[in-house]
Design a protein around this ligand. Structure first.
Ligand code: GTP
Ligand code: SPV
Ligand code: MN
Length: 544
């Protein structure tokens, strides 16, 4: 534990309000984690899966009304509305605290409060930032143990300072009308209540590593972005890194873990995953922009993940994984989701835990007819990823050659284009648009503006965020080049035109060649577009 008075006083204050039966400090040990898993299985909160086929794997189902981030219930509570801007929901901080205190009061009665000290980034390193999450959910504890670095060494690193993010989470009654995900950037505080789902409750992720961190980054001249980090290793042994910002469920995990097409593999080109969701970007001593992944695991979209689309993700989640809201195959006590294979289980429970009849599947009504929820997820350890970069644990991260923006656009946006400068690239990011997905509650497939894929995650005024991008451009001596891609254009029959997945490396290859000035391009009104012959389509069927 700790003698830190700030921490002890705060834990006491929160416990006095929420009234848990007991308080348990999470120490990061395997023994403690195993006890919690056993407890969660004994209450039905988790189901232990077939340990021969899926060692260390569990299934969890959330409440039916609680399956995605809730942007309408997410608030940035700055002293003035102006600071939060006109895209974020805002509540005045003292009013918000008062409103939420009423909901938290006594909400942990009969439950345990877990105290999770965690680090975003390598514990003790220059760029790590620390948080403590208080929660009444074992599921949250077990997910945080995978997604972040947890344990007593975090308390040691915090020492006697009050420099840590104070996160409070209670499932309370899972009442969607009183669900709140609230951020108080000036107080280093996050309060989340009445949800048990992913980004609403794993407070190190979107709440801290994007919303609070983006606020801190603006003050401290760095950036927190919704970006994957991918390394491409060339036969000469050199590895180049790109960061890509795509909105939720638009392909970050897939690009981060891609397997090169055969023609590239034959040449000896390899790809490595540094991160799949969040990048913290800082200016290095060499004047380049460096990206580090503050997370320690992947909270990835399950549907669509298969041996062909993303074998690396599939292998990553074959052990030590928590599956959330997927389909439960009762014949062999394993899991299934749409797009895993063409053999839906005949004896299975759907994501709601009801007997599931795969013959009733209706694409137009996935929520009610699919086996797995469209936003079902796997929480898997980074160390289990076959293509994890050897730089994954480098506290400084990796130097970035290119930043790639991209959305899910059936029409309009071309496969790839390059901005003409950092300023123009900032503009390209700012006008990003994408069809909405199941990752957030609300309509699906509607084109909406999602600047830099950060619309739901900027912890302050979007206008100030764009200014911060422009300001950063002025102080990065060797800034990355900025590109825009779209893997999701469809033909008149609604089929994807571009094969996507591993073949996206063909586009990244052009991007890296542009960064090195190795290939020419045509300047158009939107920026530089490739000459058709410069995108390598060798080995691609049907594309001319
Ligand atoms: P978050 O974790 O929500 O931030 O999402 P993400 O950006 O990591 O999305 P992910 O890679 O999990 O992809 C979401 C969905 O898009 C999956 O169903 C994928 O199968 C699909 N997808 C990913 N890449 C491609 C691609 O290149 N082409 C096509 N057609 N679909 C893709
Ligand atoms: C996203 O929605 O962008 C995610 C999943 O990565 S969540 O953690 O729920 O935000
Ligand atoms: Mn995400």
């Amino acid at each position: 534990m700790t003698n830190n008075k700030y921490i002890l006083d705060w834990v006491k204050e929160m416990a006095d309000m929420t009234c848990p039966d007991k308080i348990v400090w999470i120490d990061g040990s395997e023994e403690q984690a195993e006890k919690l898993r056993a407890e969660a299985c004994s209450t039905g909160e988790m189901i232990k899966l077939n340990q021969e086929l899926l060692p260390g794997c569990y299934l969890h189902r959330t409440a039916i009304n609680d399956v995605a981030r809730v942007e309408g219930r997410t608030f940035i509570c700055t002293p003035t509305k102006e600071e939060a801007g006109n895209i974020n929901n805002w509540i005045e901080p003292s009013e918000c605290y008062e409103r939420l205190k009423k909901i938290y009061r006594g909400s942990m009665k009969g439950r345990t409060m877990y105290v999770i000290p965690y680090s975003m980034g390598i514990v003790g390193s220059d760029f790590a930032k620390y948080g403590i999450e208080l929660t009444d959910s074992i599921y949250v504890v077990l997910n945080m143990l995978i997604m972040t670095r947890v344990g007593n060494d975090v308390l040691d690193a915090i020492g006697d300072s009050d420099n840590y993010i104070k996160g409070l989470h209670s499932k309370a009654q899972l009442d969607e009308n009183n669900r709140y995900i609230c951020h108080f950037p000036q107080d280093n505080t996050i309060w989340s209540v009445n949800s048990g789902y992913g980004g609403n409750v794993l407070l190190g992720k979107k709440c801290f590593a994007l919303r609070i961190a983006s606020y801190l980054g603006r003050k401290e001249n760095w950036m927190a972005e919704h970006m994957l980090i991918l390394g491409v290793e060339f036969p000469n042994g050199e590895t180049k890194y790109v960061c890509a910002a795509f909105p939720s469920a638009c392909g970050k995990t897939n690009l981060a873990m891609l397997i090169p097409p055969e023609v590239y593999r034959k040449k000896g080109i390899k790809t490595w995953t540094v991160g799949d969701d969040i990048a913290w970007l800082r200016i290095g001593k060499d004047g380049r922009l460096w990206a580090m992944n503050p997370e320690n695991g992947f909270f990835g979209v399950a549907p669509g993940t298969n041996e062909k689309s993303n074998p690396n993700a599939l292998h990553t989640c074959m052990k030590d994984t928590i599956f959330t809201n997927v389909c439960h195959n009762l014949d062999n006590n394993t899991v299934w989701w749409e797009g895993l294979d063409n053999n839906p289980p005949k004896n299975a429970l759907n994501w709601k835990g009801e007997k599931w009849d795969y013959t009733k599947y209706d694409k137009a009504d996935k929520i009610n007819t699919s086996g797995a929820h469209p936003n079902s997820r796997f929480t898997a350890k980074a160390v289990n990823c076959p293509c994890l970069s050897k730089e994954f644990n480098n506290p400084a991260g990796v130097p970035v050659s290119a930043i790639i923006f991209g959305g899910r656009r059936a029409k309009t946006a071309p496969l790839v284009y390059q901005s003409t400068s950092w300023q123009n690239g900032t503009f390209v990011g700012s006008i990003m648009a994408s069809e909405t997905t199941a990752a957030a509650s609300g309509a699906i497939g509607v084109v909406r503006r999602d600047p830099m894929a950060m619309r739901p995650f900027v912890g302050y005024n979007m206008g100030d965020y764009w200014q911060h991008w422009l300001d950063m451009g002025k102080i990065i001596p060797h800034a990355p080049k900025i590109f825009h891609v779209n893997w999701f254009r469809t033909d008149d029959n609604g089929n994807f035109i571009w094969p996507g997945f591993g073949d996206n490396l063909r586009v990244v290859d052009w991007i890296l060649a542009r960064c090195e000035g190795k290939v020419d391009a045509d300047l158009t009104a939107i920026g530089y577009v490739p000459k058709p012959e410069d995108i390598n389509i060798e080995g691609l069927d049907g594309i001319t």
